[in-house]
Every structure is written in C-alpha cells, then in structure tokens.
Design a protein around this ligand. Structure first.
Ligand SMILES: Cc1cc2nc3c(=O)[nH]c(=O)nc-3n(C[C@H](O)[C@H](O)[C@H](O)COP(=O)(O)OP(=O)(O)OC[C@H]3O[C@@H](n4cnc5c(N)ncnc54)[C@H](O)[C@@H]3O)c2cc1C
Length: 809
C-alpha cells in the first residue's frame, strides 16, 4: 500500500469508484481508493440501478447525460462489457394539468442542454407501456434514454479503468481516523497503515457521518429504509416483444422497471422510516434491513391499480436497504464546508443514475477548482448552520414521501420550519405575512389579503399576482417596508482590508469612509464566483472604521471559504460573520426619505447622504447601520439592525410611516422590481459558467489593476463571448418564463432563461436569458418555450428608470 499519494477517496461504492476514475480522466493518476470491505458492499450492490435523464435543472440533466454516455461506452467496451439496458425509455406519470405543465417546463429546460423529453397523453403512455391502465391519468413525461445497469459491474469497470490509468484500490481497508496537518495535507489512518495525501474525499454512503466525525464535521445526510420487490415472470412482458419502459408515479409513489421477464417495483410509502440515526452496526456489510411489506400496503394498492398484471404475479425477492437523503433531496458534491483539501460525494439517493456525472463534476472541482457546470445545486455549502441531524431527518422524511412530486415555483414545504427566524417573524405573521424559505430563513413573500389565502401551486402566474401588484404600487408611489433576514454579512477589520478586497474583486473597491460599492469576485478561470456589497463604516463610538461585506443569504459559507482560501498570513485582515446577528429592514419608495427624517435625527438630505452612502444612525432608539442602496430601483435605505433591537426599529418605522401611508411589501414584490431594473440574483443569473462580460457586467471589470481571475478573464476575452445575458420582454400574460426555459429561433435553442417575472411598474412580462452573443442586440426577436408553447419575445434594455434618477433622488 502506498504511504504517500495525491488523493485518497474513501469508499468503494458508485460514488467513490466514479470519482477515482474521473480523477484519472482529468489527469491525476497518483490517486487511491480505500474501501473497508469489498467494492459495492454498502448500498450500491442491491440498488435497483435505474438510470434516468430527468432532472429539475440543467446541471442535474447534464450530469445525468454524462452518466448515460459513459455507461454506453462501458457497455460497448469489448474487454469488460457492462450489462446496461439503455433506451428502454421511461414515463413520469401525471394526473393533474399542473403536473403536465411542470413537465412541459422541464422539457423546455432539458432541450437547452441537448436532451429531448416528450410530454405525452394518457393513451400514448399506455401505448408505450402496455401494462398500465389509463384510469385517473392525464399523461406523462417520456424520457427516451431511461434504462438500468448492473451496479457491481459498473463499479468494477470504473475501478478497472482507473487502475489501468495508474490509480490504486485497497479493499478490506477500513479508514479509522483522519489527521489534518498545518500545511492542510492529510494523513488517512487505516487498519493497514497510514497514507499521507494532499486531498481526502468522503464517499462513504450511509457511513458518511462516521468518516465526517473523523474530521470533526457533521454532514446533513441521513438514511431512509427503502424497499423494492421483484416479481416472477409476467406473461404479458415475456410476450411483449420489447422491454417495458420505466415508470415513476407521483400519484401513488412507486417506480418500476423490467427485471428479466418480470417487474421490479419500488415504493415510497408515507409510513416511512429513517435508518441508522443512532449509529450503524459495524457488521452491517453487504446487508439488508428486514422486509416490511405491511409498511408499503398503501402504495402497493396504487401500483396494482395502475398495473393490474402485478396482482397475478408472484413475488420472488424483496429488498429493503438504506438510501441516503439530504435536506433538499440533492446530494452534496464538492468542498466540505470549513475544511481545506477535503471534498465529499455523499447523500446520493439516485447514485447509480447520477454517480457517473457526480464523480465527473467532483473530479473537475478537485483538479481545476471548478466544474463545467455551475454546481451550486449540489454544493455542500448550500446549507449553513441549520443543517443538523434533526433537521435533516425531518426533511428526508418529507422528501421521501414526495419522491416524484417536484416543487412548484414558490412552493416551500412545511417540514423543519421554522428553522431560522428573527424577532420580527411572529410580528409579521400577525400582520398576515406569507413566508417562503431562503437558506432556512423564514422570509416574508407578501401580506395575505385574508388569513386563508393560499395560492394554487402552478407554473402560471398565481392568485398572488394582484397582491404583489398592489405592494409594488405602494412602493412606487409612496413608501414600503420589508425585512430581509439572513443576508450574508462579514465584518472585516485590519490595515490590509482594502488591499485584500481589491485583490479579490474585479472592480475598484471603494476606499472612502462612508461609501458603498458593488463588486464581483471571479474564480481562477475568470468566471463570476460571487457578488458583494462593500461598505466602509466610518469610525464612531460604536467601533473603529471597518468594512462590511454583504452577499446573498445562502452565500455565508461559500463566500467565507473563498475569502479564506485567498487570505495569506501576510494580509492584516480579520473576518467575522455577522450574518446571524443582524437583519435588514428595507425602506423603499419616493417617500422613504420622509420616513427616515421622522424616525432618525440625522441629516438624510441628498447632499448629506447621497446614493451609495453608509453611516451609523439611530432608528428611534435602535442602533443601526444605514446604507442608501436599492434593489427595487426606487429611492431606498437598507437599515441593518442588531436582532436584539430589530423589533424596536420596526415599531419606530411603522409609527413614522403611518403619516406617509407606508405599506409592508415582501420578496415577491422585490423580485418583480429588481427584474425591471436589471439587477441580478446570485446563482440564478450569476453563474460560474460565465465571465463578467457574458454576464453583462463589463462596467465592473477593471483590467488596469490586479485581481484574482484576471489572467482567466483575459484568456477568456481572447476567445470571444460564448453567451450574453440579456433582458427579454415576453409576449404573454399567463405565465412567466421560468429559469431554465429555452430561448428558440426556429428549431434551434439559442439561449436559456435564468429568471422571469412580471414587471408590475412597467406592465411587462420580463425574463433574463443567456443567449448567443449575436442575438444580444436590443430589438432582436426570439421565441421562448413557455410550458410547451412558443411565445414571442424581444431583447430590451432594463426598462425601469434607466438613468438611475429615482435611486439618486
Ligand atoms: C433499495 C434501493 C434501490 C435503489 N434504486 C436506485 C435506482 O434505481 N437508481 C439509482 O440511481 N439509485 C438507486 N438507489 C440509490 C443508490 O443505490 C445509491 O445512491 C448509491 O448506491 C450510493 O452509492 P455510494 O457510493 O454513495 O454509497 P455506498 O454504495 O454505500 O458506498 C459507500 C462505501 O463506503 C465504504 N465505507 C464506509 N465507511 C468506510 C470507511 N471507514 N473506510 C473505508 N470505506 C468505507 C462502504 O463500505 C461502502 O462500500 C437505490 C437505493 C436503494 C437502497
């Protein structure tokens, strides 16, 4: 066994084998995999091993496409052919028009990454899957590339190829401890000796937290028991002359695929069970949980009703095994939060189908620092402090029970709520607020017109449309107040802060005391990593001069990681997170200055406190940091208040606002207004796939100074733009163009929507999209595939207050 290597991958299921293989593909051959038992002896060996292409966003569809292409290649390898049924096809069923519309959106989204799904009616479903009845069925989504693979052969094939490329695999070698050294390298302790390495990867399936504990972290991953059964031969299958497609049923929560001449049917019962929360027997190897068919009776009936042939079929095998879940159902593939040189590929609940792609994206992150796709949807840093064991278990149960029911826009499911609140949450609830969840934070979406107001889940504009319109109108014509909690905020102190930020940000960082500026941080490839507001707080009796770095609510761990990774011992910089200590109250609208004047004794005139200023002040009796910045496009003040004084500040503002007709407004009004103004959302419109020029941020790039990513962006510039982010005016009134929707010209996909919403001040249906650069000219016409319909659209300039007169007023 080697005692020194570059990467140690711990765990020899599909996750570990795929990572090892892809590391060699990315050019690193001095890599090893250690497995406590035999390869695939965790969950992988007993997987139903279906391989599908469906995903909720382009990253998921793209990585699954990679799996499918790789598995085809392995199937066709004459030296070690893998048994892979590719192209049986698969149907996701639907019994409501809203589900069908969702499928139409996902088909539009997948087309942009080269995958064609078909939305078919009930009769066509039955034609393609002759065993199903069409009772209570509207239709479904057809995924032509669905199939299944032999999981053990797949892992052996990947390990075999990795070994051929120089990697080594040590079986029956349990990892017993991990030690990190001062230079961030690791020693992996095993029963057979130590291995020193630069980087460790946790790919330990349901034992993820045993290995997590060895490095002092808890991963938000829990296991659920999951059962499938395999039937004896079914004559109709034997005689069909073709293989049966896969089925996924969100109506009765089961799936099926053909196994020999019978069916394999798996269940997501409501009466489901977590597994291993209190520890896992060390001897649970190549093992299963006890069968429990009683538990699945509710869903079994639904499967029988859909496929009556099942009722006649004998059962040959029952499998009940642990399957891992995270807080939002997607796995954790990327850097381990708070650790250096440590990565994970864990929480896979569809690891056979996705594993090829996840290993590919992880290897790219390890070797190149970033993958070809934006990987935020699988980034381990997307859950912050609330990702504990209890929360994970609650969300895992909820997710398991809804396995095939996708989230609708604005749908926030109830388990594990409230997780993060402020003193204002109950106050706003009493005002009638409807809440959504942002990184665990309960954030006000709008004030409900009546206590029982509950919009229908839909991809169309919903019943909240007019409610949001009236909140926007109140802000446009008068003044509105909202709470933005969980906003990421670090305080930076030390003599080197401005030089450090200037190095990290591609534009010039404001250095003047009392000034605020917006900037972008690039990765080493010159693509946009994150967006930050930098505010220079003047010295006062509350403290010395200091800098506040603000960014998206979910970016707390992500941005800290990036800043810390670039901080050197020579930099005199300290960084402290204030994210959980402060909350923002936003006052917006032409009368917001009048409210500020009545609630705070400072001079709030334009001359004394112009746009992009920051100062400390008192809001009534509450100390606050006030910034004159605006995400709505109206004159506005961001009032940052310590949570202990938040209620006091809110009461003072409410009282002062009475005379000015102040209304509460929520995040949906903000969304409408920011789109009219051309402002971007991190991880919707700001993606690591594009550089600042492609993202339309040209004015923020100063090539006459040094910054992280400068060489990358210079190199990228030489190759020209790949895409360009534009604002589109969309010619329909029934639905927004949701993120992912394809922008078309004729039959060609020429772009992808990133955000879409109704602009209530302009009366325009607006979308942002990355389109082919030659289509970025104002006035260019395109079509957008919205819920299966081609809708006209044209490129426009951000339509609201293009001269910034209102924010500067
Ligand atoms: C009943 C069932 C049906 C399923 N059906 C499908 C399906 O149809 N399609 C699909 O895509 N997915 C399916 N899945 C999910 C899929 O099987 C899993 O996502 C996948 O197998 C997980 O692979 P893994 O490599 O992450 O974990 P595992 O296969 O559990 O591998 C982890 C490995 O880490 C090793 N390990 C743990 N601790 C240590 C240590 N200390 N030192 C060294 N090694 C260690 C273990 O021994 C194990 O081999 C199903 C799961 C179940 C339970």
């Amino acid at each position: 066994m080697k005692s020194q290597t570059r990467v140690v991958v711990i765990g020899g299921g599909i996750a570990g084998c795929s990572t090892l293989y892809h590391l060699t593909q990315e050019g690193w051959s001095d890599v090893v995999l250690v497995e406590r038992d035999e390869l695939t002896s965790g969950t992988t060996w007993h997987s139903a091993a279906q391989v599908t292409n469906f995903g909720m966003n382009q990253t998921m569809v793209g990585l699954k496409s990679h799996s499918i292409a790789l598995y085809q290649e392995l199937r066709d390898d004459p030296d070690y052919p893998v048994n892979y049924h590719h192209g049986d096809g698969g149907i996701r069923l639907a019994n409501t028009e809203a589900q069908m519309e969702g499928y139409r959106h996902f088909a539009s989204m997948a087309r942009g990454i080269g995958v064609e799904f078909e939305v078919i009616d009930a009769a066509e479903c039955a034609r393609r899957h002759p065993l199903i009845s069409t009772d209570d069925l509207l239709g479904g989504l057809w995924d032509g590339s669905d199939g299944d693979i032999d999981p053990a052969q797949l892992c052996q094939a990947l390990a075999r190829r990795a070994r051929k490329a120089g990697a080594e695999v040590y079986r029956n070698t349990p990892v017993t401890g991990l030690t990190q050294h001062k230079d961030d390298s690791w020693t992996v302790h095993t029963t057979k000796g130590d291995i020193n390495c630069e980087i460790v990867v946790n790919a330990c399936g349901y034992r993820v937290n045993e290995v997590g504990a060895m490095m002092g972290v808890h991963h938000p991953v829990t296991s659920m028991e999951h059962q499938y059964l395999v039937t004896e031969e079914i004559p109709a299958i034997r005689d069909a002359g073709h293989r049966m497609p896969l089925l996924r049923c969100p109506i009765s929560d089961y799936y099926s695929r053909q196994e020999k001449n019978g069916l394999l049917v798996g269940f997501y019962e409501q009466d489901c069970k977590t597994w291993g929360l209190d520890g896992i027997d060390p001897h649970f190897v190549n093992a299963l949980c006890p069968d429990d068919l009683d538990r699945i009776m509710d869903v079994l009936e639904g499967a029988f009703a859909r496929m009556p042939a099942l009722e006649e079929a004998g059962i040959s095998t029952v499998i009940n095994g642990p399957i891992t879940y995270t807080i939002d159902g997607a796995p954790l593939v990327g850097p381990i939060p708070g650790k250096r040189n440590a990565f994970c590929i864990i929480g896979l609940r569809a690891g056979l189908g996705e594993g090829g792609g996840h290993g590919w994206l992880l290897a790219q992150q390890i070797v190149h620092g970033e993958a070809v796709y934006d990987t935020w949807c699988i980034d381990p840093r997307r859950f912050t402090g609330h990702g504990n064991v209890e929360m994970t278990a609650l969300k895992a149960i909820e997710d398991y029970r809804n396995e095939f029911r996708f989230h609708f826009p604005h749908e926030h499911r109830p388990a594990g709520r409230p997780a993060k609140t402020t003193p204002l949450t109950p106050v706003l609830a009493a005002e009638g607020a409807s809440f959504g969840v942002v990184n665990g934070w309960e954030r006000m979406e709008y004030i409900k017109p009546s206590p029982d107001f509950e919009p229908t889940h839909s991809f169309r504009f919903d019943e909240a449309f007019d409610v949001v319109a009236s909140e926007v109108e109140a802000v446009r014509t008068g003044v509105g107040l909202t709470e933005v909690n969980g906003f990421n905020r670090y305080e930076l102190t030390g003599s080197g802060v401005h030089d450090f930020l200037d190095r990290m940000i591609c534009s010039r960082v404001p250095r003047k005391s009392g000034k605020v500026g917006l900037g972008y941080l690039l990765n080493h490839h010159g693509n946009v990593k994150t967006e930050a507001t930098v505010a220079n707080l003047p010295a006062s009796d509350r403290g010395p001069a200091r800098v506040w770095y603000g960014s998206a609510a979910a970016a707390e761990w992500h941005d800290m990681d990036w800043l810390m990774a670039n901080l050197t011992p020579e930099d005199d910089v300290s960084i402290r997170s204030l994210t959980n200590e402060h909350t923002i109250l936003v006052l917006a609208g032409p009368k917001s200055r009048d409210v500020m004047r009545s609630v705070s004794r400072d001079d709030w005139s334009k001359a004394a406190f112009p746009w992009l200023s920051v100062r400390e002040a008192f809001i009534g009796i509450a100390p606050a940091v006030v910034m004159s910045v605006s995400f709505s496009g109206e004159l506005a003040y961001e009032i940052h208040v310590p949570n202990a004084q938040l209620h006091a500040a809110y009461l003072a503002l409410r009282k002062a606002g009475e005379a000015h007709g102040m209304r509460l407004f929520g995040s949906r009004a903000v969304e409408s207004m920011r789109m009219e103004k051309g402002y971007l959302h991190w991880k919707a419109d700001i993606l690591t796939e594009f550089d600042p020029y492609e993202t339309g941020l040209d004015r923020f790039v100063k090539m006459d100074k040094g910054f992280v990513g400068k060489a990358g962006v210079a190199g990228r510039q030489a190759n020209g733009l790949r895409k360009r982010l534009v604002t589109l005016s969309v010619d329909c009134t029934h639905a927004p163009a949701h993120g992912g929707a394809s922008v078309m010209r004729g039959d060609a996909v020429v772009g992808t929507v990133t955000s879409g919403d109704w602009g209530h001040r302009t009366g325009l249906n607006l979308a942002y999209a990355f389109v082919d650069p030659e289509l970025a000219e104002i006035g260019t016409t395109v079509e957008i595939d919205i819920l299966g319909e081609r809708v006209g659209g044209s490129v426009i300039a951000p339509p609201y207050d293009p001269d910034y007169a209102l924010v500067r007023a």
